[in-house]
Each structure stands twice: as structure tokens, then as C-alpha cells.
Design a protein around this ligand. Sequence first.
Ligand code: C2E
Ligand code: MG
Ligand code: MG
Length: 560
Amino acid sequence: MPSRTLAGHLKTCDGQILWANEDAHNLLGYPLGALADMPFGDLLPIRSESKPDSDVVSSEDMEVPARGAIDVLRVALRAHHGRSILVDMRGERMDDRCILWTFGLAARGVRGERLDMLSRHDALTRLPNRIPSIEELGQTPHAHDGDSDRLLAVVYLDIDRFRDVNDKFGPSGGDAVLREVARRLRTALPPDAVAARVGGDEFALLLSFTTRQQCEALLQQLLARLAHPYRLQDRSARLRVSAGVALMAHGEQPTEVMLQHAQRAVFFAKRAGGSQVHFFDAAQALEEQQEQLFRQRIKEGLVRNEFILAYQPKVDMQRGVVIGFEALIRWQHPERGLLQPAAFVPLIEDHELVEQIGDWAIGEAVRQAAQWFALGVKTSVSVNISPRHLLRPDFIERLALHLKCFPQLHAGVLELEILETTAIKDFGAVADFIGDCNELGVPITMDDFGTGYSSLTYLRQLPVATLKLDQSFVRGMLEDAEDRAIVEGILVMARGLGRKAIAEGVESVAHGDALMALGCTLGQGYGIAKPLPADQIPDWIADFERSPPWGRTATVEQLG
Ligand code: C2E
Ligand code: MG
Ligand code: MG
């Protein structure tokens, strides 16, 4: 690993040096304190010093823009006693008067290479802002040449939900926490490790050790240490940090690739709940890459209009009338044929794409309802909404826009189905969401009800119109006494709270009979109809209502 590198920092205001750190004095050969108050121009090269064809710049090239920074420049600075030293230097504007300069010795012989590790340090934490490459390590006296049983690990550290710290303590509080993270890294890591700040709340480490277990133990300790409270004046903040690790036998792969692997691994660490160490796994990464390609294909499918909605009837079995339709998405894939939602929806649940698909489905369902309406078919359509989509801040606004496009439609023409499990996880946000939808005249159904263990007290606070009994209990209720008991329990619950109940998975007339005997008159399932193409709906309604499978005049007693 490299020995400590000199990183000079100078602050200049209006062309005067205000302060300089110890490294700046050492690099320029000045006694400590001598640089303060010197004109910055005294250090700068004059034009004649730069060779015309080299990438060494003159002072004229060092204008720092009013906002931001200049990239790393190779500069021949004038050191003490008239010497000249070649440095890579970067200038970052702090305000309209002051600039922070960071510089280090230019790497010898790497002509044109601007992003040199020696000169690139992060101004906030004073850590390098990248980890060295294997070649750079090779040039340092401490590299493990010939030390073949040593392993190297590139580790990516990412603070879980760092945004919350910034929101709670402001940007200066966030900065203080990051500085403290850097300090803990410096003190906790072995002397031959390198730590860098590679992004806002992201750090990278380069570690050397002999076994994977040793590496894991070290990182677990490190995460525990980073999790200790951070004191900010009279308050304290807590962090959870995730670590992704890419291992290699020394010199096997470029650091760049290792860093990408470590970054993939930290993604998995976060996906598994965060605050943990995850080792890069090539098979997992390949799968992830394929999923990524598939998601890209879904995106294209949206643009190319390859998605369609199928409509499954929901009926009042007792009265023999159709009460509405559930819109169920399908993908008409040009090569793979008609794909069911199970083949693609789970892959996008955690992605922005599910919001786009959901938004498309709402728009399409409302458009379809309007088309039926024009044909004299006045019915309602329910659309399934994924958890991530419904929590979008502009969801209600978009929903209102979709409805506005078809002012001729009655309130209640659109319903939304949300999963019971979503409502349990984000109770407050979901309660607000349901309230807002109700205000727009869009009733909510709680789908797959019975799988999420909602309690009565909990449910009474959510203004959902309908509970949809999960099909697993309904399908099993004829043979399985426990399924039947669950169905009964949910129906009692719905009745007690004044909510409607509908059963999905009504696979036969016998299922319908059993449900009606328990007082559940609304149903949906293959025993009534499979999901159908939109153009078949008007005829299907007419047929069903002409001769429903359950007698129009039947009473609960007769059917029981
Ligand atoms: P879901 O909302 O619970 O929809 C009911 C699913 O059960 C549908 O499957 C339907 O075809 C099927 N089904 C209906 N009756 C019966 C029956 O009697 N027996 C059996 N075995 N199955 C029945 P599908 O269309 O494959 O949809 C599966 C799930 O995909 C849906 O479950 C829903 O969670 C999701 N989904 C469908 N369309 C969309 C959509 O537009 N957006 C989102 N986010 N999710 C959707
Ligand atoms: Mg549904
Ligand atoms: Mg369902």
C-alpha cells in the first residue's frame, strides 16, 4: 500500500495566501508559517516556464470560474530558493473572494494524466477522492510484490439514507458527520489501508489481508464503529452503513473493475435491508445484469405500445349483474408471445418503471371505460397499483389529470386495488393516500386480503371501500375447514366495519354457492370468466346478465 502522500492545501483570498497546511509548506520547501500572507502570484509560474507542447500550464490558465472548480492542472510552482516543482493542482472556489487549492507532486512520467491521486483530495474530509490503481500501488514501496497469499479487497461503503441526516441537521450537520466518518475510518483502519471519499456519502477502501473471514471481521467492526452516535452540538445522529466487497488475489483485476463489483455488492447489501457487509458474487451480478437488460426491454415495450389490459368481470352473484372489471396487465411480446404479469411485474416493483407502467395502466383503463361508455356500457374498472407507485408524491395529481381527460365519466368509474401488505408497511402514508383518492371519487379495494394479518383496530382507520378476499382461501374453502374459517372471519370483519367484501378465485358455481351461504355475494374468478380482451366485454356482459350461473331470484337460504 502507498506510504502517506503529501497533499498540500492553500486557501487564497483576493490573491493573497490566507493559510497553508503543513504539507504545502513541506512540498514547497518553506518553513512552517512562512506561506501565510504571501502573494499567491509568487508561487505561480510565468509563461516562459511552460513548454509549448507540454501539458504544463501557465498562471493564465489558472483562472477559477466564479462558481465551481477548475480541473486538475499540471503546474510548475515556484518553490523556496527559486526551485521549481511540478505539481498537479486543483482549484475550488469557496466564495467570490476565496479559493481552496489542493496540490501534490505530479506523478513522474505519466504525461497528460491529470487525475493524479496525489493531487486529488476531497476538501471536506481531506481524504483522497479515489483509491489508487494497482499500477500506482506497484510503484509504491509497500506494495505486496511477491506476497502471493495476500488478498486485496476493494470495499464500497455507503451510508443508508444519508438524506435523512441532511434533512434533520442541515447541510452543515451532514458535513460534520461526513468529516467524523472520515476520521473514524482513518483511526479504525490498519495503517496499510487506503480510504477515499468517492461520492457524497460514499467511501471506498482498499484493504489487504490473508483470509476472507479476517476481512469480514474487520468490516463488521468498522460498521459497528461507524454506527456509534455522532454528536452534533446538543443533539446526536445515528448512521447505518452498508459495505460491498470485491476480493481479488493481488493484481488480478484493475481497481476500476473491482470498484464496480464492490458497488454492485453494496447494492445487494442495501437491498437486503442495509447495515451489513455483502461480498460480490459474479453469478448474482450476472442475473442482475440480465434483469437490467430485461427492464430496458420493458421500457422499450412501453414506448412501442406492447402492453395491453385484459378485463376480468366482477359480479354480484346473487343479483346476477356485473359490477365492474379488474384490469390486468399483459405484455404482447413480439418474440416471446403473451406474457402474464408474473413474468415481468416482480422485476420492476422496486424500480421507477413500475410507476410508468402503473400510470400507463390508469390512463388506458380510464380511456377504455370511456370507450365502453360511448357504446352504452356503463361500468367501472379497477387498476392494481404497486406500493412504490402509490407513494409517489405526485400520484394524486396525475390521477386527477387522467380523470379530467374524460369528464363525461361518473365518479367511481375508476377504482384502485392496493395490497394489504403495502398498507401495513407504510400505514400513515397509505392512510393519506386512501383519503385523497376518496376525495377524488376513486374508491380503494384492499387486494389479497387475509395475507397481511391486518387487525380490526388497524383496518378501521383505513377508509377502504372494499376488502378483496385472497384467492388462496377462497379456492380452498370447499375442502379446507381452515380456509373456510378464514373466509368467514374476514366476512365478519368486513361486515362489522361496514366495508364491502368481494371474493377472488371463484373457480366454480360451487364456490359461489358456498360464498353466498356465508353472505358474500360479490365474486370474481375463472368460474365466472377469465380475464378477457376489451372488445369482448360488451357482449360478455349481455350474455352473463341474460343467463347468470346463479339464479337471479335465488336467496341465501335456498343456496345454503
Ligand atoms: P391480483 O390483483 O390479485 O389479480 C388476480 C389474479 O388472479 C389475476 O392474475 C387473475 O387472472 C387471477 N385469477 C382470477 N381469478 C382466478 C381464479 O379463479 N383462479 C386462479 N387460479 N386465478 C385467478 P394475473 O392477471 O396473472 O395477475 C397477477 C397479479 O399481477 C395480480 O394479482 C396483480 O397483483 C398483478 N398485476 C396485474 N396487473 C397489474 C398492473 O397493471 N399493475 C400492477 N402493478 N400489478 C398488476
Ligand atoms: Mg387485483
Ligand atoms: Mg388479488
